[in-house]
Unconditional design. Sequence first.
Length: 111
Amino acid sequence: MKKLIFLVAPLALLTSCDLFEDLFEDDDPCQVVTEESVLQVVKDSLEARYPGAVPVTWFNKDNAGYCVTFGLDQKEVTALFDNNGNFMWLQEDEEDDDHEGSGCECEIDDD
């Protein structure tokens, strides 16, 4: 009987975790972070690519990179950088269907 319990209990636990996984998923996984917490290589990359850019809001994307909103040519834009400071994309307005919404919806491949 004890062997049966030891076999069934882990299976039940795994199944219950899968069933409730959606309850614990964050619909907005990007956290707003302070500029001080952003990796220096990312800030340097932003400055090199967009000299004089003044970040409005920084977002951390699942610890895989950063999105930043800032003003560019009298528009608010969102740029995505990975943790190595590599530029990924720039969203210039909300009509860009590839990267809808705020920087929080940005996607980074974790390969």
